[in-house]
Write a protein that binds this ligand. Sequence first.
Ligand code: PAF
Length: 278
Amino acid sequence: MLVIRDAAALRAATQGWKNQGERIALVPTMGYLHAGHLALVARARELAPRVIATIFVNPTQFAPHEDLGRYPRDEAGDIAKLEAAGCDLLFAPDVATVYPPGFATRITMAGPAEGLEGTHRPQMFGGVALVCTRLFGLCAADVAVFGEKDWQQVMVVRQVARDLALPLTIETVPTIRAEDGLALSSRNAYLDAEARQRATVLHAALQHAATRLRAGAGAEEACSEAEARLSEAGFRQVDYVALRRAEDFAQMARLEAPGRLLGAAWLGQVRLIDNILV
Ligand code: PAF
């Protein structure tokens, strides 16, 4: 696997592949890779003969009080995992390569970026849209693969790709979970043993709410019940449990079309998010 940090070397590699008519699948990540990321690489390998993974902890999607400075990192471990997964190239740029001096573009997102994560992390989706657009261009990607764990992010990235007529398609891979249901996330590394046990309640509460919705309960009732379960289980704060229409992320008062049930809650200083199809 090539490990490349600068844009010119990346262009030389991608240009060589394109000259041979080879398509490129991209897996953008912030590193500290787990089985969920490796499932994205596996899907990327099915989609194109060349696979690029990126590792970049993107400062524009973090607010000043968030965990940018302490985001977990293990580049050597990540390289070994990507090699074993059959990735062709790792692009691991520094901040000045992604946002060179004089970089002046910002992206403001409405639509699927509004509400839920957009309310609790207002800087997040503008930053995600910006870095993804930049990485898509730098990597000359024909397809990019994202995890369904960050469902709202998927909706936002699809919207940007459509609105800006970016010449690539967006593919998704279902969330990979631990045996007890917890969605894999690099941020799970922040959980101590006790919090790790309690964390399983997030998925369980979403599943219970899904059962209630399927039985005809209204979204408000089913979601408030799930929020109460989380509080009872020791979550310090519940940011939201909410039902959205899967197709366009619109709110639904009850389950009248395929939906996504999404939740975000805090265990101590650790914020967990999850979602399921319902
Ligand atoms: O999901 C992530 O890891 C990040 O938000 C992404 C898509 C790599 C953009 O920085």
